[in-house]
Design a protein around this ligand. Structure first.
Ligand code: ZN
Length: 286
């Protein structure tokens, strides 16, 4: 896989499938279907898993993801507490709580899967990731994390999230800690699966061609929304594109994962490769 990744590097972005795995209701069942699609297409993925979920269903997740080289398992914090204040999602925890969220979340991934956890995606994500949040960055670096994926929103905490690319937290004192922003529409928002206020759009829009007039109704419509960001990543010569996906929400809307089948097929047709976030981080060691 590493070889594929490198050969695509100069011309085409890679697609990074990533899943915020966070609910006892629905995530595990959906992950079984997601894993089936990934195995059939031989497509790697990063699963960010909440620590509390592993306390309850760790054995099942280990069986599902543990012995495949296709899957990276990273942390989605211990209990999904917010690390910063967020205008849509709520108030941030204090630094002591954040320390526990980081350390316990990482430890549970490592205990359950018996391999290092190098990445973390915080609950909800933020407009500018952890830029300027030196206290949080210091905790992440001290825990031994090598990357985070925390920038998941557009300007003024809107969706879709633009195709921002990787950067380091050198300015916050951690040059070895990388940020890999997520892109596009949070798919749960596309379907009205969360109680979201109606003020999520940016004006003037970042991507006027990708305006939505309502919730998506079919997997095909969802595919069309995500495809825009794949096409745009190619056009803009990005290194990677990664959408913000939640197994519970994907499964509720599309239990057979038809959207994933369509999108992975489309990505492959474009000649693009696939990667996990840990693969993107590894590139930066050489
Ligand atoms: Zn989450």
């Amino acid at each position: 896989m590493e070889q594929d990744l490198m050969s695509e590097r100069s011309e085409l972005p890679v697609f990074v499938p990533a899943y915020d795995t966070e609910h006892t209701g629905g995530c595990l069942e959906a992950c079984r279907e997601i894993v089936r699609v990934h195995r059939e297409h031989n497509v790697p993925a990063t699963f960010f898993i909440v620590g509390r979920l592993l306390e309850e269903e760790g054995r099942e997740y280990r069986e599902l993801l543990g012995d495949s080289g296709l899957f990276e398992v990273a942390s989605h914090t211990y209990s999904h507490r917010l690390f910063l204040d967020h205008p849509v999602c709520g108030k941030g925890a204090d630094l002591e709580q954040i320390h526990t969220e980081i350390v316990e979340g990482k430890r549970l991934v490592e205990d359950v899967f018996e391999r290092p956890c190098v990445g973390l995606r915080p609950g909800c994500g933020f407009e500018t990731g952890f830029r300027g949040a030196s206290g949080v960055v210091a905790e992440l670096a001290a825990a031994g994390l090598r990357y985070v994926s925390s920038q998941l929103w557009g300007p003024h905490s809107t969706v879709p999230a633009p195709l921002e690319q990787a950067y380091t937290y050198a300015d916050e004192g951690a040059p070895g800690l990388w940020e890999f922003p997520g892109h596009g529409w949070h798919e749960n928002v596309l379907k009205g699966h969360n109680a979201t206020p109606g003020r999520l759009l940016l004006w003037p829009p970042f991507y006027p061609d990708a305006l939505m007039t309502g919730y998506v109704k079919t997997p095909r419509e969802e595919f069309e929304v995500h495809r825009f960001f794949v096409d745009r990543a190619i056009r803009d010569r990005r290194e990677y594109v990664s959408l913000v996906w939640h197994p519970w929400s994907l499964g509720k809307f599309d239990p057979d994962m038809a959207m994933l089948e369509q999108l992975f097929g489309y990505v492959a047709e474009q000649g693009m490769g696939f990667a996990r976030f840990c693969d993107l981080r590894e590139r930066r060691c050489s």
